[in-house]
Design a protein around this ligand. Sequence first.
Ligand SMILES: [Zn+2]
Length: 341
Amino acid sequence: MEKVVRLVKTVTSAYLWAKHRERLLSTQRGVLILMYHEIASLRSSVFEQLPVFCTAPESFSQQIDWLRKHFEVINIDEAVRRLRGQCCEDGAAVVLTSDDGWSGFYRHAVPLLRSRALPATIYITTSILDGKLPWYVRWRILLTEQPQIREWLSDALCTHGTIKEANDILSTLKQLDLAKIESLWKEATEKRGFVPNHMPSGWFMRVEEVREAVSAGITIGAHTVNHPQLSWETLSVASKEVLESKQILEQLTGQPVRHFAYPSGDYSDDVAELVRQAGFETAVTTDMGWNQLGADLFRLRRIDVHETAYLDHRGRFSEAMFALTITGEWNRVRRRLRFWR
Ligand SMILES: [Zn+2]
């Protein structure tokens, strides 16, 4: 069934792209911010565990070449000037970003971007610099390695057994504050015996790699210390997470850190305000879409990019699917067809 759906999607995309290509390319205005996470080969362990976070290096290279052919690739500071109306360009421009500090983005994407003199921003969760895996990565690995934990966790989360899929469990965990998530982790691993067999190392950037990325022209932004859902925390915890990550990265890079990404795209009016008061100039969300002149700089929209969304029925990168998604056309079609994921 999956194969048939993918074939239909491939054919439909190719048709729509051929038909609307000129219109979609010529009418785009504003700033598109793309959100990447990890760049990793299809056969790597990170790709097997977390496919929706990954883009293969070859696909990334194809996407970048396609983007620079059709749009201007600018850095986040240039995007701010455009959105404030401080410079005169009125065409479409793209900003590349990657969240969390995945090492594959540093190893594969940064050299490629450097060779093409293209900018990007990496938003770093600073606890990874101490070798810690973000909580959602640890849970994902545990849920995959030990599926029997799902029953216990489903009860512990008071879902009365109604959710058992890993994605649903993670979504439910995202509605808790970090202290509760960590106490569940402690109970699962220390009292209930759900011990992960192997926690990977080397998935995230090291301190010296952050410094090298800065030398390569990458903008470093903050993404909190521990990746909590900020709107579920008290304002004092949220404020500490925001401020500390800024201070740590400024000390490490010797540069002001002026850009922020909300973990899991979660924010509220209060959170947006405290990020502004912490001295940031922008904050990116996971709200989908382009940003137009006058956009709220603390609610910047982005479009998520990961490999599995753009594979055709033969498992190859599809320019049509990628183009239709980032121009917003695929979403319009999907809304009309309703049943399509
Ligand atoms: Zn993140």
